[in-house]
Design a protein around this ligand. Sequence first.
Ligand SMILES: Nc1ncnc2c1ncn2[C@@H]1O[C@H](COP(=O)(O)OP(=O)(O)OP(=O)(O)O)[C@@H](O)[C@H]1O
Length: 331
Amino acid sequence: MSPSHLHLVAAPAPPQAGAPTAIASAPPPLAIEGLDAGYGRTPVLHALSLTVPAGCVTALVGPNGAGKSTLIRAICGRLAVKAGAIAICGLPADTAEARGKIGLAPQDIALYRALTIAENLAVFAELSGLSPSDGRLRVAQVLERTGTAARQDERIDRLSGGWQRRANLAAALMGAPRLLLLDEPTAGVDASAREALAVLVRALAHDGLAVLLVTHDFEFAEQVADRAAILMGGHMALEGPLADLLGQRFAHRRAVEITFAAPPPALRAELLASLGLATEGATARGLISDSPRAVSTLLARLDTLGLPPRTLTLKTPGLPALYDAVTSAGV
Ligand SMILES: Nc1ncnc2c1ncn2[C@@H]1O[C@H](COP(=O)(O)OP(=O)(O)OP(=O)(O)O)[C@@H](O)[C@H]1O
């Protein structure tokens, strides 16, 4: 491969002359259809379908044991598929060619701790089959793109959690993937490093990468994701553009959070529940109409119940509210 053919994100094949909208009809970086998979005779994933388009960040969320890691294993071709199909850019996931289009930044930092960032990336360049000169060029590109150039000569075990995560992500980019799998990228990362990671992940999607983000960090997911996939008990409970999912679930409603001076007595909490408010300690949460009179109506009802609020906060429902709605409804 000549240096001029090195791209941070492998470019899709250029359209043929006369071929109508070749890019638009290119297979997505990840397409899963009717997947059944598990361990030995233990089924985990059932009839699961998921499409991860290029240029988007898809947040994959779900309770512990829902099957997120199992799904990542299946995408990487490391699990026997019992039914259905997984295609990476149109290629079966269990082929070497498909695996070459995936970059995985695992939850456990997968780097040599006694080597520097640049030395680690050089190892990944070699593993990707790049020649020494192409490898050097690619290391330089990835250091630049991920903002790790300034720390390239520092050993991994001397870096903060945030820089280690950034280097872990850089290593996943060395093979110029089309699909980037990020498993809990904010684990052990402080607030300012999280912010920097969010900017980087968005920039990579802007470059054209398809990013599948597995996380329990809803704040981060909400910041970077334009699509969401909610996995429950091995099946996909909900999947699609986040704005559409929120619009369908919460049209004309807002999330309300009310705090009281003290936890309401059980009988009052039941009455709050009849207003659609779930009580936890001295806090009640729920959804109300976004009509201008909804708040004054609610305040009047709280007054009738003898529960004057200490604070009342209104928010536009986001991914955490969607997740709560889906998981509590057992969809
Ligand atoms: N190697 C294995 N052999 C057999 N069963 C397994 C194996 N690994 C996971 N499981 C089971 O598969 C199910 C899904 O586990 P998985 O780790 O994929 O969930 P998860 O959504 O990633 O959970 P978490 O959020 O806790 O990481 C669980 O019931 C788990 O016990």
